[in-house]
Design a binder for this molecule. Structure first.
Ligand SMILES: NC(=O)c1ccc[n+]([C@@H]2O[C@H](COP(=O)([O-])OP(=O)(O)OC[C@H]3O[C@@H](n4cnc5c(N)ncnc54)[C@H](OP(=O)(O)O)[C@@H]3O)[C@@H](O)[C@H]2O)c1
Length: 212
């Protein structure tokens, strides 16, 4: 089972850190190419390889860890998914310029983000339409990335929600989350679970649970 990560920012790099800590190999990529990840690779060690987007995208399980606005261009250039698993780690938010004046009508301004209007659709359905032929599982999206590396805390395991419409794909993602040290909780279908844990307004988004 091979793992690819597209995006080496807050989300992609922290997932790579956890994988490396647990001895699980993966290929990570970003828009600038493998050389730009030299510092990360030096930090995490040999289990993580810096690769191209094409290399990461050819894995059995591919985590998409880019900003929402980057998705259309990125996903338009992908090879056929042929039933491979794509983990949607994204949220439909726009990252604001920290130097821009605060918009008083934006309830998320203090977090430096703004919700993107999807016309009432849940984000994983929009994402799923961009990765036709893949089996989509939503995961890694609902926690602040800074807590991801603390998988075992307070005598328990950090809860990671996941959701999806394909039972076999979800079973594989559950196995991966558990191997990473999380307590994996299946929230059901993409429509139900995706919406529950989706940032910014899902009722389970941003809530840290620890399974004792
Ligand atoms: N930040 C959080 O706490 C958090 C929590 C949960 C979920 N998320 C979600 O996770 C996603 C990523 O967030 P982030 O905080 O990790 O963002 P980030 O730090 O800005 O990282 C984005 C990464 O995407 C890469 N990228 C952009 N376009 C690309 C392309 N065409 N091909 C390959 N790589 C590309 C960037 O490459 P370069 O490095 O080369 O620029 C960068 O490594 C977002 O959808 C966000 O909503 C974030």
């Amino acid at each position: 089972m091979t793992i690819g990560i597209i995006g080496s920012g807050g989300l992609g790099s922290n997932v790579a850190r956890v994988l490396a800590k647990k001895g699980i190999s993966a290929t990570i990529s970003n828009s600038r190419g493998p050389a730009s990840m030299a510092a990360l690779i030096a930090e995490v060690g040999p289990m993580i390889k810096a690769g191209t987007v094409a290399e990461a995208a050819s894995a059995d399980i591919v985590l998409v860890a880019v900003r929402w606005e980057s998705l259309p261009k990125l996903l338009a250039g992908m090879p056929a998914w042929n039933g491979r698993i794509v983990i949607d780690g994204t949220n439909p938010v726009e990252f604001l310029d920290p130097n821009a004046p605060k918009d008083p009508t934006n309830p998320l301004a203090d977090w430096g983000i703004k919700a993107i209007d999807l016309g009432g659709k849940y984000s994983s359905s929009v994402f799923r339409d961009m990765v036709s032929g893949a089996r989509v599982v939503k995961a890694f999206n609902h926690l602040d990335v800074n807590v991801l590396t603390q998988t075992e805390v307070s005598g328990g395991a950090r809860v990671q929600f996941f959701s999806g419409d394909d039972a076999a794909a979800k079973a594989e993602v559950r196995q991966l989350l558990e191997a990473m040290g999380y307590f994996a909780v299946d929230l059901g279908s993409l429509e139900v679970g995706g919406a529950l844990a989706q940032l910014p307004f899902g009722p389970l988004a941003g809530i840290n649970f620890i399974k004792i």
